[in-house]
Write a protein that binds this ligand. Structure first.
Ligand code: F6P
Length: 374
């Protein structure tokens, strides 16, 4: 029976929290296989993030909440797929906590349910992929139940503090570059400026990296204020400079309005639409586009698979060494232990304005915004 432990083996749970991204399946494989093969632990995959641990647990059938991994479980098809085969949820399915206002309050009310199921399943430790929000919650809950927690950073936004890169970012950059390459041909064919919005929440890593890689003319991010006149000037200059009357513009969803003004909360237009409208007004035929989930749901590239494998192995080693409240991150290009107190409830990691990618964008003559006179 799943709940009973047949012996004294350590039993850990793995789950994937927050938005999905490419590479999660390799992280699940790396954690599970390495923990089983190297340390002889038992590993349980928990379905649908924390949801799998908050209501009555279903052990059987296609919608079971738990997958008990065994050394003969084959991950080989999953690692080639996008998303997460364990499933994830942004919100909790249960209505039990619907009136809760903050993460802090949420973890307090979740705790009794979490504790009950952790005990029922005999779980001795937890490893989870997630952003800082997921890691904060799980670490808090695990601390209260007195089991160790190790996090693995994942997000296409690449904004997790404490790590140079998160799982999913590189594949997402690839997806954006592929899409922007297609958009280029329509921009050229119709002699238009096409303003393409990419994700990134409050940061511009995805916009900056995919913009440079796809030879964009303008890249707008939340970290660097811009002016509409600066964007228009750049697009118009292409006619004189390169004899072309089309342009590729990449804008991060968090870039906001010109001069650092935020997009109004109830705006019925996107940042890309706002910029396209301004270009149109200035006599430049423009269109707005929005890449949406194609930049998140695609296949994991080679880099993300390697990263996920390395971080998964490190996460297990950290747990075996007795660490808790830590994250397996990347520092100076190598997997490294990061204390969760330096990750959770910290400001998200925005674009560093003196990073090579920002300098390169400037050096290539891309308009990336400017110092705004007050
Ligand atoms: O954090 C990843 C991300 O894809 C952001 O870039 C984006 O703002 C958000 O998630 C979209 O969230 P949802 O899955 O709720 O649509």
């Amino acid at each position: 029976m799943l709940r009973k432990k047949s012996n004294k083996k350590k039993r850990i749970a793995i789950l994937t929290g927050g938005g999905d991204c490419p590479g999660l399946n390799m992280a699940i494989k790396a954690v599970s296989q390495y923990a089983m093969n190297k340390y002889g632990w038992e590993v349980m995959g928990v379905k649908n993030a924390l949801n799998g641990l908050l209501d009555e647990i279903k052990f059987d059938g296609d919608d079971a909440d738990i997958i008990p991994f065994t050394p003969s479980f084959s991950f080989s098809e999953y690692v080639r797929q996008g998303g997460t085969f364990l499933g994830s949820f942004r919100k909790l399915k249960t209505k039990k906590f619907k009136d809760v206002k903050s993460d802090e309050e949420l973890v307090e009310v979740m705790f009794p349910f979490f504790k009950k199921h952790i005990k029922e399943l005999n779980i001795d430790g937890m490893i989870a992929t997630g952003g800082d929000g997921t890691m904060f919650m799980l670490n808090f809950l695990c601390e209260k139940v007195k089991i160790p927690f190790v996090g693995i950073p994942k997000t296409i936004d690449n904004d997790t503090p404490g790590t140079e890169i998160s799982i999913g970012f590189s594949s997402s950059v690839d997806a954006c570059v592929n899409a922007l390459d297609s958009i280029f041909w329509t921009a050229k064919g119709h002699r238009r400026a096409i303003v393409t919005q990419v994700m990134g929440r409050n940061t511009g890593h995805l916009a900056m990296h995919s913009g440079v890689a796809s030879c964009a003319d303008v890249i707008l991010t939340p970290e660097i204020p811009y002016t509409l006149s600066g964007v228009i000037k750049k697009v118009k200059s292409l006619k004189t400079l390169e004899k072309r009357d089309y342009a590729v513009i990449v804008v991060a969803e968090g870039a906001g309005l010109e001069k650092g003004k935020p997009l109004p909360k109830n705006a019925d237009y996107t940042v890309a639409e706002y910029i396209a409208k301004a270009l149109d007004k200035a006599g430049i035929e423009a269109r707005a586009d929005n890449l949406g989930y194609i930049q998140r749901g695609g296949l994991p590239n080679g880099y993300d698979r390697m990263l996920a494998a390395e971080l998964g192995v490190l996460a297990v080693d950290l747990m075996a060494e007795g660490h808790t409240a830590v994250m397996a991150g990347m520092k100076d290009g190598k997997p490294a232990k990061v204390l969760l107190k330096n990750v959770c409830k910290k400001e998200t990691r925005g674009l560093n304005l003196s990073s090579p990618i920002v300098k390169t964008a400037k050096n290539l003559g891309i308009y990336i915004g400017e110092k705004i006179k007050k």
